[in-house]
Design a protein around this ligand. Structure first.
Ligand SMILES: [Zn+2]
Length: 101
């Protein structure tokens, strides 16, 4: 009865996923970073916090790719309008994502 137990397992897993809070996934790169690290959150604020924290960790480690990505972000921040538009674009991107558990 391999097939049956497999099916049951699948249903159990689905249930567990639905019970968990729905999350969206964005990568470090999508959020202006440099790697493919994934962040899972259910709000844009939360996900930017996570990517910021990760960016700081990479910064402390002196990761070259992230340092470069950060200096690009700093340039962006010199122009508040550009930065606002950048954030807005990222938020729209986030909100367009499907909810996954
Ligand atoms: Zn990264």
């Amino acid at each position: 009865m391999q097939a049956t137990s497999h099916l049951t397992f699948g249903i159990e897993q689905n249930k567990r996923q639905i019970e968990r809070t729905l999350m969206k996934t964005m990568t470090c790169k999508q959020l202006g970073g440099a790697c493919n690290m994934e962040f899972h959150a259910n709000s844009f604020e939360e996900i930017t916090e996570m990517s910021k924290k990760h960016g700081m960790e990479m910064f402390q480690e002196g990761d070259e790719a992230h340092l470069q990505a950060m200096s690009k972000m700093k340039e962006l921040m010199q122009a508040p309008v550009t930065m606002e538009k950048w954030m807005e674009d990222r938020r729209r991107e986030f909100e367009a994502l499907p909810d996954t558990a």
